[in-house]
Ligand binder design. Structure first.
Ligand SMILES: O=C(O)CCC(=O)C(=O)O
Length: 263
């Protein structure tokens, strides 16, 4: 699927369900180039920057090796993180005037017996943003299925709004469990986003999502990019993208958060 395939029908689908899948977005050659670049970041032992530093544990590494802001150091990754087509899709889906990048992140889920599932969670509770509206693109760098940890979404769960953050490295922690404990019934089955390498999914910052452990003997590689609409302000807390130049209550901007698509 291409940018021109994302029209009002897809935007309405995203608004209602909180996710969108675009299969075969990148060609085999393009995605192999990204795969080699991600392998290089691992070979370089690129510093990991994890959710606020609080998740920097061995357990967390069994969920995934997460490295952020690779666009700053790796030209090939930058081509994908700054891809104007992805950013324009993000802008359309969030029905906004422009989007800036928050950060990119490689999400490399190790394979094998010790591999851990990515707990059911929302992203928005981790982000230093006042308003809801930011969203992610998740690029499959390998073929993904339940065998190696493809993404799963609960359709419509973004309508629950921003809930408490869920620790990703604590076995059994789950936003689904938390919300059920409050008496809210979530009886919509998850949708499983298996797809070939080169496919992309978008998800809203409040969509409940999850990935199984990687039961294969090869890492599952993905690159995610987070986009922020212009109506979302910095809330003054920690920022993985670099909050140095930002002012609480003001929109994201500056050299770490350039505009990637403008309507
Ligand atoms: O890649 C994964 O296993 C989970 C990714 C995720 O939670 C995200 O991109 O928001």
């Amino acid at each position: 699927m291409k940018l021109s395939d994302v029209g009002e029908h897809e935007v309405a689908f995203f608004q209602e369900n909180g996710y969108l899948q675009l299969t075969e977005f990148y060609s085999k050659e393009e995605i192999e180039e990204l795969g080699r670049a991600l392998d290089q970041t691992v070979a370089d032992k690129r510093a990991r920057v994890l959710g606020g530093g609080h998740e920097g544990s061995e357990d967390y590494a069994l969920v995934f090796n997460q490295m952020v802001n690779l666009w700053e150091d790796y030209g090939v990754v930058r081509k994908f993180s700054f891809d104007p087509r992805l950013a324009e899709i993000a802008r359309r889906l969030s029905r906004c005037k422009h989007v800036v990048i928050y950060h990119d992140h490689a999400l490399i889920k190790p394979g094998g017996e010790k591999s851990r599932a990515t707990n059911w969670h929302q992203d928005a509770p981790y982000w230093p943003m006042e308003q809801i509206g930011a969203l992610s693109a998740w690029i499959a760098v390998d073929d993904v299925s339940v065998e190696n940890g493809c993404m799963q979404f609960i359709p419509g769960s973004h309508t629950f709004g921003k809930l408490e953050p869920v620790p990703l490295a604590t076995e059994g922690a789950s936003v689904l469990k938390n919300i059920t404990a409050t008496g809210v019934k979530v009886d919509v089955p998850p949708v499983v986003m298996d797809m070939k390498a080169g496919g992309v999914t978008f998800h809203h910052g409040c969509t409940f999502h999850y990935a199984t452990s990687n039961m294969t003997d090869r890492p599952r590689r993905a690159l995610a990019i987070i986009y922020i609409p212009e109506y979302v302000a910095y809330n003054g807390r920690w920022d993985a993208g670099g909050a140095k130049d930002m002012v609480a209550g003001h929109p994201f901007g500056g050299p770490k958060h350039p505009i990637l698509a403008m309507g």
